[in-house]
Design a protein around this ligand. Structure first.
Ligand code: ES4
Ligand code: ZN
Length: 336
């Protein structure tokens, strides 16, 4: 449709994409073969890429998805694997009109398997350089900490020499927090976020995806994050919504993710209209594109089909994605 072309051409930024979530079943199987990794034999979903794709359409919750997501990590061993993974994502992002991407990865889920942080980071950095050179996409990397693991594990990762070096030399712009939400409220990780803030890192966290609006409040007020990843449950708390508007906090919304993980029944139940009416800023993102059936442009199109937004509304959403980015002001000006 003509609107698809309009949405594709809109200069946009992506803020909520887990690079490990860009592992397509096809890349998963080819890396498993190349690296001689055996996939689970007790789950028929790993019989073929097609069977896996079919299973991905039947996730029942965030935790049901995460079980597959972490199995996928097992095929990623070498720097070149991480480079291939991120490069695959950047090509799709470029096709969707992304000019700047701020991408998450989960260091703890690699170092715990014996893959060094430097192996992961160097592969991702190679893809970032190539994206800039060949696609004109600028990038920022964000290390995400896993909330289902002990706080002590997160703190040890944060203090690890290679990680500290990447924070100090600007390879990594900020930290986030992800994985299983309901049993792990944000305030558990107060010390981690205090240390990151003292070091001048930018701060965000997943909150209000499956968890209640209270988790968004503690993420903002205790952890001091400047963005909220997902945040759809903000719509349940009118008072908090006013505070979010007053602070100018950006939500990084992932509509197709919310449907596939059953946080909402359909895209039309993502509170997009409510946020627009209230003046809550948000960007629209893909989250784990290889698992949730689409990249950023698919998410823009799904929102358009559900809400029939005006051209002016779309321009303001894309502008918010640029203004809410963690790149320099000069780069923002180029995109605006
Ligand atoms: C994630 Cl959708 C989602 N939620 C929480 N943690 C995650 N890690 C990767 N995708
Ligand atoms: Zn996410």
């Amino acid at each position: 449709s003509p609107f698809h072309a309009f949405l594709k051409a809109l200069p946009k930024c992506e803020h909520h994409i887990h690079l490990e979530g860009a592992l397509t079943p096809s890349l998963l199987f080819s890396l498993a073969k190349r690296n001689s990794i055996s996939l689970p034999t007790d789950d028929p979903s790993f019989a073929s890429p097609e069977a896996l794709i079919e299973r991905y359409q039947r996730f029942t919750s965030l935790d049901d998805f995460l079980q597959y997501y972490y199995i996928g990590f097992s095929v990623l061993l070498h720097s070149s694997d991480f480079e291939a993974l991120a490069w695959d994502y950047f090509q799709h992002a470029s096709d969707g009109g992304v000019h700047h991407a701020e991408v998450f990865f989960d260091p703890q889920a690699h170092t715990s398997r014996g893959v060094s942080y430097t192996t992961v980071l160097s592969g991702f950095q190679a893809a970032c350089s190539r994206a800039e050179r060949e696609l004109g996409i600028t990038t920022e990397l964000i290390t995400c900490y896993l909330r289902h693991l002990p706080v002590s594990d997160a703190l040890a990762m944060f203090d690890h020499a290679e990680v500290q070096e990447s924070y100090r030399n600007g390879s990594i712009r900020g930290i986030g927090m992800d994985s299983s939400e309901l049993d792990f409220p944000p305030e558990l990780f107060q010390e981690l976020f205090d240390k990151a803030r003292e070091q001048g890192l930018r701060l965000t966290t997943h909150a209000g995806e499956e968890g209640p609006a209270d988790y968004i409040a503690t993420a903002l007020n205790n952890l001091g994050v400047e963005r909220i990843d997902h945040g759809i449950h903000l719509a349940d708390d009118e008072e908090l919504m006013k505070q979010v508007v007053a602070r100018g906090t950006l939500l990084t919304i992932c509509p197709m993710s919310n449907v596939v993980l059953r946080c909402v029944k359909e895209v039309k139940y993502v509170p997009i209209r409510k946020f627009l009416n209230a003046g809550v800023k948000f960007s629209i993102n893909s989250d784990d594109p290889a698992y949730f059936g689409g990249y950023i442009l698919d998410n823009y199109c799904a929102v358009h089909d559900a809400f029939d937004l005006s051209i002016a509304e779309w321009e303001s959403i894309a502008r918010a994605s640029i203004e809410g980015s963690w790149c320099g002001d000069e780069r923002k000006q180029e995109m605006l």
